[in-house]
Design a protein around this ligand. Structure first.
Ligand code: GLC
Length: 464
């Protein structure tokens, strides 16, 4: 079965209907166009959401809207150095923006999370911006925009805010809860995988975009090496590693400690012991002192595959795991944002009783169809085109008919999300990108990276 042409055509129409114009030029897309629900802030253009639209436009050869977005958001980037903790830090890219039509002239108003729920800083926005710029360069074969002084400065401000000295002992990036696509309290504070994988890919993009003789290049290279070493070693979980952790000794001191993070074997959740297949593996959701979050996070794992943060073998294992545990992770709609849901007392404590994130809904193990672009890309990167095709066909059966919901609920993603908006733009765009990728895998170049080979252990690390 293929995907009928009418479905693709109507998806394109739905995407184009969401375009936002500013001073007569297209600059972005709204988050959703559901006429039956209050717009809230869904009438804004979100940086992370627009990344998916941008890919669809670039794959179709419509590059202007992407260039305009990159130029306008660069102007919105927070660029003043200040110590006022109520203002966005220098280098931060907005979570979203909207066009103000109230006066004679039009203005763009940026939101750095101040107007969103719980006021979380959008750490991921700058990463998506860098990845979009790189995709734009790849699609147009034109480096001149990226090499202008304004763009070079913007890239460096982003690198500064990421690599600045902090109270840190790890190469990973420390963030508050809800600093990325999961923008509510979900126990994803500290060192969440999704942020680390995005950080890695964005640094790789920055390395390509800066002029080769730039002094930032060496610093970026070094951080990339540390990150890859650290993630591949300490975040990785397969059955052998699980067994090692199960038999870990604790309370070890110093650099010879095997259990470097003092993980207590009793912290291994019961569900994992039966669920973990013999084949496959994945990067755990988070790692910190006495803390390993054993949940599976799709975006982080799939990003690690396309950016080659995962080794070749680990990439194959991640896709093996998804394919063996398809029913749990994909079910009726690609793909769960994370697995499994947090329930009962854990849900109360971890989410603060968040009524939108009830078990198996929304960020708490709901199925998010926009992620199909990533699932398809990662499947193609690991030469599993049959899986990409199957995911696309699974989504095609329902998305158009259901009017492109934001998310689906339930253990197998069968029900349209309780509070899901219809005509959610990144659902439409994610589907179109998946379709374009399956039909022309060469597009993968826009978003994937080859193996980097540089793994750098910290000087105190002993080989294990
Ligand atoms: C929700 C999602 C966020 C997305 C926004 C707009 O807040 O959690 O990731 O960017 O909606 O679609």
């Amino acid at each position: 079965m293929g995907v009928p042409n009418e479905v693709i055509e109507s998806a394109w129409q739905a995407l184009e209907a969401g375009i936002i114009n500013y001073q007569g030029r297209p600059v972005g897309t709204v988050a959703a166009r559901d006429l039956e629900m209050d717009a809230l802030n869904y009438d804004q253009c979100f940086t992370r959401d627009f990344f998916v639209s941008a890919l669809a436009f670039l794959m179709k050869g419509e590059v202007e809207i992407v260039r305009n977005f990159l130029q306008e958001t660069l102007k919105l980037q927070s660029s003043e150095k200040q110590m006022d903790c109520y203002k966005p830090g220098q280098g931060l890219m907005p979570a979203s923006f909207k066009v103000d039509h109230s006066g004679k002239e039009e203005y763009l108003i940026a939101d750095f999370g101040e107007h969103a729920i719980a006021k979380v800083a959008p750490v991921d926005s700058g990463f998506w911006w860098l990845l979009m710029l790189r995709a734009y360069v790849k699609a147009t074969n034109d480096l001149s925009l990226a090499r202008t002084p304004e763009f070079q400065r913007g890239i460096k401000l982003l690198i500064d805010i990421c690599l600045t000295t902090r109270f840190d002992m790890f190469p990973t990036m420390l963030v508050a809860d809800g600093s990325f696509m999961i923008d509510r309290r979900m126990g994803v504070y500290g060192y969440p995988l999704d942020i680390q994988a995005l950080f890695y890919n964005a640094l790789r993009a920055a390395r390509e975009l800066l002029v080769p003789e730039d002094e930032y290049i060496d610093v970026i290279k070094e951080r990339l090496g540390h990150l890859a070493y650290y993630l591949r070693l300490y975040y990785w979980l397969d059955v052998d590693r699980l067994n090692e952790i199960y038999r870990y000794k604790t309370e070890e001191y110093g650099i010879k400690a095997v259990n470097k993070f003092n993980i207590y074997p009793d912290a291994i959740p019961e569900w994992l012991k039966d669920w973990f297949p013999d084949e496959g593996g994945f990067f755990v959701g988070n790692l910190g002192p006495a803390r390993m979050d054993f949940r599976f996070f799709s975006q982080g794992n799939l990003m690690a595959v396309i950016g080659q943060l995962a080794s070749e073998e680990q990439s194959q294992s991640i896709i093996d795991l998804i394919s063996v545990r398809w029913d749990s992770l994909v079910g009726r709609m690609p793909i769960k944002v994370c697995f499994p849901a947090i329930e009962g007392r854990d849900w109360e404590i971890v989410t603060g009783c968040d009524a939108k994130n009830t078990p198996w809904s929304y960020h708490n193990a709901g199925n998010w169809p926009f992620l199909i672009w990533l699932l398809t890309a990662a499947s193609l990167k690991t030469d599993r085109s049959e899986l990409a095709q199957f995911a696309l066909e699974t989504a095609a059966k329902r998305l158009c008919k259901d009017n492109y919901p934001e998310y689906y609920d339930g253990k197998n993603g069968r029900l349209i999300g309780k509070e899901a908006r219809k005509f959610q733009t990144w659902t439409i765009a994610g589907f179109l990108v998946a379709y374009e990728l399956v039909n022309n895998p060469k597009h993968l170049e826009l978003i994937s990276f080859p193996e980097d080979d540089v793994l750098i252990a910290c000087s105190q690390e002993l080989p294990t």
